[in-house]
Design a protein around this ligand. Structure first.
Ligand code: SF4
Ligand code: SF4
Length: 185
């Protein structure tokens, strides 16, 4: 079973954040930070630098990042905050710590190609713009092949029945918050 140390070594996270001088420009421009007080990219980077890795992986707020890249545009040190957060999410997922709502959204995308079908008003707007009722690719063979490749149904079944482990190195399968600490040794 993978340990937290091994996973972090693969992503080299603390080293990527080292040149941050905590100016806060990333947080100042972050659209998520404007509506959620507990979403603070500067603080996430600080936690990495200070070695508070386990605590960072347990934060549900990291899952709110929309990866819009505004932080990268604003950072005077060109630190790839968005990419770092993506890797933090990957680490958390590999250790089995993924919020239930994130897994539900992923399940919808894997099964139907999107989270929510467009409402009537949106359909009308699409029609007015000469667009098809749904974007190309929603029903694509690629999506179905991806589901098969990831053995998605089995993973979801394991998640729903609570029989998933989470440290298979490849996919979010559990929202067990104790997971990180248990596997951190
Ligand atoms: S903008 Fe860059 S240097 Fe400033 S706090 Fe954010 S990551 Fe650090
Ligand atoms: S990529 Fe994430 S952290 Fe950066 S500005 Fe966008 S939402 Fe905020």
């Amino acid at each position: 079973m993978e340990t937290l140390k091994e996973i972090l070594a693969e992503y080299n996270l603390p080293a990527r954040a080292r040149s941050c001088y905590q100016c806060g420009a990333c947080t100042g421009g972050c659209p998520v930070g404007r509506i959620r007080w507990d979403f603070n990219p500067r603080r996430f980077i600080e936690m990495l630098i200070r070695g508070e890795l386990e605590d960072l992986l347990l934060l549900e707020s990291i899952w709110l990042c929309s990866h819009c890249l505004t932080c990268l545009e604003r950072c005077p040190q060109q630190i790839e905050v968005s990419e770092i957060i993506m890797h933090v999410k990957n680490c958390a997922a590999r250790l089995g710590n993924v919020p239930e709502n994130v897994i539900k959204m992923a399940d919808l995308i894997m099964n139907q190609g999107w989270i929510d079908k467009p409402v009537k008003r949106m359909l009308k707007k699409r029609q007015g713009l000469g667009l098809p009722e749904q974007p190309e690719g929603i029903d694509s063979e690629e999506r179905k092949a991806l589901c098969r490749c990831l053995d998605w149904s089995a993973k979801m079944k394991a998640f729903k029945t609570g029989k998933s482990g989470g440290a298979d190195g490849r996919f979010p399968v559990s929202n067990n918050k104790k997971g990180v600490r248990e596997r951190a040794s």
